[in-house]
Design a protein around this ligand. Structure first.
Ligand code: COS
Length: 386
């Protein structure tokens, strides 16, 4: 792909995904229960090969651009399918990217088939944006550890089949005392409950009551789990931006459709300059978001310097999610009361668009990451010149 346009092959692929979504995924999504994992939907995505494409040719990499294209395309037509796909990536990338061959193989094929539901368990009630403050205890027990404590706002919990759990192995060490473990959903001592959230996907709380984990369950090194979490988020953040772009595009399309037909004041709504200028602003923000997302995802796939990948990922997520909120809100305003009615496309988008400005790093966290990266780069440059 050039920095500005998709290849013919990518365009064809996107069209095919959209056709599958319209014909098969939307009906399955409609049969799902809000706030619960929709297994038939996941299995359909698996059988169409959408999930296996998340793991690159070797099955041991993340395909960032692929993930973004899938998320953007699905978001335009079926946000349930979009989010279900994204959560499989978030939940499994830690063991696919940082696990041993055995750890990667154990669950990956099931995740790709949509029969194994994956989940990423980082956040705690007292450790959201400040992830390094997490307190879930991993206490030594013979050759392994026992996990005790709670996680909350965990997508796919408590229904997931496998969790990547970030736990404290060294006290008072912040980011340097956290270890990533793979934990089976059926592990003795693990329980949880569903939370009723504005974001309409499955989300819950997990309770660990002495859950046993072995050395073989450690992803990477002991006490080096924070980097596993951060690098996983570096892949996912541009794709959260892609999700936002898809929703914003759907809102923009609806606004154009409506304002060019709706009769008012002796013409159509789009005759009003206030309306056409708003459409122009919306379209420009969608396009700018899309370019930032593609640039960040391509940077990851091309393997440029990790620090730049992190900065670009943060920029893409920040700008695209904030822009999508603006665009969907504006589209709703242009529609008037009909868009507030339950079941209207924009009523649904309005609920869906809010959470991405918070999860996987709130907008404020993204600004912190970008700001720190700029300062670090400038400081390094000065030191090198001195
Ligand atoms: N890749 C690799 N390593 C990274 C990294 C990245 N993207 N980001 C940070 N690190 C490393 C740092 O290099 C540092 O390593 P050393 O201890 O070896 O120096 C360590 O991790 C700690 O980093 P930092 O000092 O930046 O940590 P802070 O606690 O100051 O803040 C933020 C880190 C705020 C960026 C982090 O907590 C964050 O992303 N919070 C949001 C969490 C989130 O997205 N939650 C959503 C859960 S999933 S829905």
């Amino acid at each position: 792909m050039s920095a500005f346009a998709l290849t013919d092959e990518q365009r064809t692929y996107v069209r095919q995904v959209r056709e599958v979504a319209v014909a098969e995924l939307i009906p399955l999504a409609e049969q799902g229960v809000e706030g619960r994992v929709n297994r038939p939907l996941l299995e359909a995505m698996g059988s169409h090969g959408l999930l296996s494409r998340l793991f690159g040719a070797t099955g041991r990499s993340a395909a960032a651009m692929e993930l973004c294209l899938l998320r953007e395309t699905l978001a335009e037509v079926c946000t349930d399918a979009e989010t279900a796909l994204a959560l499989q990536a978030l939940g499994s990338y830690p063991f696919v990217l940082f696990g041993t061959e055995g750890q990667a193989e154990r669950y990956r094929d099931g995740v790709a088939a949509g029969t194994v539901v994956a989940s990423f368990a980082l956040s705690e009630a007292e450790a959201g944006s400040d992830a390094a403050a997490l307190r879930l205890r991993a206490e030594p027990d013979g050759d392994g550890w026992r996990l005790t404590g709670e996680k909350t706002w965990i997508s796919n919990a408590p229904e997931a089949d496998v969790y990547t759990v970030f736990a404290r192995t060294t006290a008072d060490a912040r980011a340097r005392g956290i270890t990533a473990f793979v934990v089976d959903g059926g592990a003795p001592g693990l329980s949880g409950e569903q939370l009723d959230m504005l974001a309409p996907h499955a989300l819950g709380r997990l309770i660990f009551d002495g859950v046993r984990v072995e050395r073989a369950d450690v992803l990477g090194e002991v006490d080096a789990g924070f980097k596993v979490a951060m690098r996983t988020l570096d892949v996912l953040r541009p794709s959260v931006g892609a999700f936002a772009v898809g929703m914003a595009q759907a809102g923009l399309d609806a606004a154009i459709e409506h304002t060019t037909r709706r009769q008012a004041f002796g013409g159509v709504l789009s005759d009003q300059q206030a309306v056409s200028h708003l459409l122009a602003e919306m379209a420009t923000r969608v396009e700018a978001s899309r370019l930032l997302v593609y640039a960040a995802a391509s940077a990851y796939d091309e393997g440029i310097a990790a620090e730049l990948v992190t900065r670009k990922a943060a920029m893409a997520k920040l700008f695209a999610t904030e822009s999508a909120q603006f665009v969907v809100d504006a589209a709703m305003q242009l529609h008037g009361a009909r868009a507030l009615q339950r079941g209207h496309l924009l009523e649904r988008l309005y609920r869906d668009v809010r959470a991405p400005r918070i999860y996987e790093g709130a907008s404020e966290v993204q600004r912190t990451i970008i700001g720190r990266s700029l300062v670090q780069a400038a400081t390094r440059e000065r030191t090198e010149q001195a």
